[in-house]
Design a protein. Structure first.
Lengths: 205, 311
């Protein structure tokens, strides 16, 4: 774990497994009696934001040097597992089949056969980058983003999959669609998919 | 007070003009960044808090954040006379057609119009009304988040905004506040410490960040203050996305720094080379007008980095 200062009361922790490190940060904060403002996993980091510099110092003193060096264990965190029913009828399904050489059925099998995990969020409320795609399914983003991607679109780009929580512009390649509500600000927590959540997709007709 | 019109009992504001941009703001919705939700909240939180204190509200009550003044509202409904207070950028204030003091509680009767002129300096003014602005909350906050679209939409003429029940007594602890804050004339100096990716600045980059007089671009908004000036070189492209704090000074590939305010994206792939030193610096950044000059100055040493953590 390497620690980079991110202001007087925040630090960016460089770790191998950010979701696991985030869970360890929560445990260390509880042990130190520190309330953190934010714990934000990134692709290779966890940002920790405290209210005061002293809180950050106390937290870091409690945090094991090896935090985030092992993948998330089953005992870590309340993020749970989610299975989403997907209709694989997306506008980019055929093109992804060609780009990867897997064909449509191969893409569906590879995507629905993967056990994914929420890595980090960004772009829009509830938009969670899911990691764990097979390498064979890696495709670049669209050269030009679509002006509008519908809510529930199940998409892939680079090493990630995601489900669009609401209608936004977007450049990921759309494989299908789920009717499950991904983001609801009246729900607690509002985001269905969060860093650490285990996610699988099930094809439905 | 009639039972079938409960809202009128608490009064409301009718928006006659919203100015350039006016939003409802409180202290935002921190704690949801891992779900992709920006902190949002008053860009100049110190001025927001002060406005609330002046009218006896809690600091968490919602105020109106006006950009370059121009806001005109009428107190309507069946509620009582109320105190209002204007803080932040010193927009000339008129109540019922008469000039009224800034940074002080001012009585407003039902039917009175409250009018903000254009501030001579600074950018964002905060109008607190006793009882608070009672717009619908989302994720525990009434703040408008212009990046993610959470919270109430920005105000437009013709809107009606409900007000909360005013504090029981004139609970104000302050009669008149010092007029510090709210943005100055001339060059704004922002205190910074080194950011997590200061090593992404090319040779001499840190010195140039501090030595350059930057100009705030007209594309600045609640997401961030965009700066124009000679491009800074950064080392090799994008980073894997990582968490970003309010006050982060990020350098995109074009080399023109962006100072993130409260509606900033929660994760980003461009290096954060510096971070504003404290809340006061964030409040100062929130008051920078487009076209205004900006300089960064180093605020003492950032906490020492060592193999065992921080000292």
């Amino acid at each position: 774990m390497n620690i980079r200062p991110a202001g007087r009361s925040a630090a960016l922790l460089e770790v191998a497994h950010p979701a696991a490190a985030a869970a360890e940060v929560r445990e260390a904060a509880a042990a130190a009696g520190v309330t953190l403002q934010e714990i934000v996993p990134g692709a290779e980091t966890v940002l920790v934001v405290a209210a005061r510099a002293g809180d950050l110092t106390r937290l870091l003193a409690r945090l094991p040097e090896v935090a985030g060096s092992s993948p998330m264990s089953a005992g870590h965190g309340p993020e749970g597992a989610v299975r989403l029913d997907v209709r694989y009828d997306g506008p980019d399904l055929a093109a992804v089949g060609e780009l990867t050489g897997l064909g449509i059925e191969g893409v569906v099998a590879a995507h629905s056969g993967a056990r994914l995990r929420g890595a980090f969020s960004g772009f829009a409320p509830g938009f969670c980058y899911l990691e764990g795609l097979p390498d064979a399914l890696r495709v670049p983003r669209l050269p030009e983003p679509r002006p509008s991607v519908p809510a529930g679109a199940v998409a892939v780009a680079d090493r990630y999959s995601a489900v669009y929580p609401r209608s936004t512009p977007g450049g990921w390649r759309i494989l299908g669609h789920t009717d499950t509500v991904i983001w609801d600000s009246r729900r607690e927590p509002p985001a269905l998919l969060r860093p650490g959540t285990v996610v699988t997709f099930r094809p439905v007709p | 007070m009639t039972p079938d019109r409960p809202n009128d009992a608490c009064g409301r504001l009718e928006v006659i003009a919203a100015g350039l941009t006016c939003t409802v703001q409180d202290l935002g919705r921190p704690g949801h960044a891992h779900e992709g939700v920006p902190p949002s909240g008053a860009a100049d939180a110190a001025s927001h808090r002060l406005a609330n204190r002046l009218v006896g509200n809690d600091e968490t009550d919602a105020t109106l954040e006006a950009t370059l003044g121009g806001l005109v509202v009428r107190l309507a409904g069946g509620g009582p006379a109320r105190a209002v207070a204007l803080t932040g950028a010193p927009a000339p204030l008129r109540v019922a057609g008469r000039p009224a003091p800034l940074y002080a509680p001012v009585a407003v009767r039902p039917g009175d119009v409250v009018e903000l002129g254009t501030p001579a300096h600074g950018l964002r003014s905060y109008l607190a009304v006793a009882g608070g602005v009672d717009a619908a909350a989302e994720l525990g906050s009434r703040s408008t988040d212009v990046l993610s679209g959470l919270g109430p939409p920005p105000l437009t003429a013709g809107d009606t905004i409900p007000l909360g029940r005013p504090p029981a007594a004139a609970a104000t602890a302050v009669d008149v506040a010092p007029t510090r804050g709210g943005g100055g004339r001339g060059t704004t100096a922002l205190a910074v410490v080194a950011g997590p990716r200061d090593d992404r600045l090319g040779p001499g980059g840190w010195e140039r960040l501090l030595a350059t007089t930057w100009t705030a671009a007209s594309t600045s908004n609640r997401i961030g203050v965009r700066l124009d000036g000679p491009a800074l070189a950064t080392v090799a492209g994008e980073l894997p996305p990582e968490g970003v704090v309010t006050g982060a000074v990020q350098v995109p590939p074009g080399g023109k720094p962006v100072v993130f305010l409260t509606d900033h994206p929660v994760t980003g792939g461009y290096p954060v080379v510096a971070v504003l030193a404290d809340d006061e610096a964030v409040a100062a950044a929130a008051q920078i007008r487009p076209g205004q000059e900006v300089r960064f100055r180093l605020a003492g040493a950032s906490p020492a980095r060592s193999p065992s953590g921080w000292q």
